[in-house]
Design a protein around this ligand. Structure first.
Ligand code: FAD
Length: 139
């Protein structure tokens, strides 16, 4: 079975608190670990950018649950590709919140300093996720 990577963007449906995000992360990490799914979730009010890596079946099943979740809406798949290797294997679901967003990375991969994953290309969104992961590893 091949490895796949899915990247999507979404928008919170209503204002999510720190504990809402912690709850999402706790469930995600438990489920993803069981399914050998790895990835990274970035959130900067109101947008999410998430990457899921794993077998096609596991990534699809995880995304199918995620897209039914009423805590976010307007989900758009940015990319879905077969990959040769994982890039986020350290995390069953790593998290980068708004406090950790680097202004330089936003400017490097976006048209301005606002985090808007809906206006990022597939290449830019992946490069942005790599930059966020690098920051997470060194924090
Ligand atoms: P159940 O726990 O049985 O819940 C039933 C339904 O209620 C589901 O549709 C569920 O999404 C929804 N729900 C559960 N809790 C709440 C709540 N507090 N408020 C509103 N609706 C709720 N899950 C993963 O396994 N892996 C991930 O990587 C992952 N990433 C996520 C990223 C984001 C941005 C969000 C919003 C959610 C993410 N989730 C992830 C959670 C996922 O959407 C499901 O809630 C979770 O997988 C449990 O699914 P379930 O079918 O067992 O739902």
């Amino acid at each position: 079975m091949y490895l796949f990577r899915l990247i999507y963007a979404s928008e919170q449906s209503s204002l999510l608190s720190r504990s809402d995000i912690e709850q999402i992360l706790a469930v995600s990490q438990t489920n993803n670990q069981k399914a050998d799914v790895t990835g990274l979730l970035c959130f900067n009010n109101p947008y999410f950018l998430q990457c899921l890596e794993g077998s096609r079946a596991s990534v699809n099943a995880t995304f199918n649950r995620i897209q039914k979740d009423s805590r976010h809406a307007n989900l758009v798949i940015i990319s879905y590709h077969q990959i040769a290797e994982r890039s986020f294997e350290q995390w069953s679901m790593g998290y980068v919140g708004m406090a950790k967003f680097q202004r330089e990375a936003l400017l490097k991969y976006s048209v301005n300093q606002q985090f808007d994953p809906f206006s990022m290309s597939d290449e830019s969104s992946l490069a942005f996720l790599f930059a966020m992961a690098k920051g997470l590893m060194h924090s």
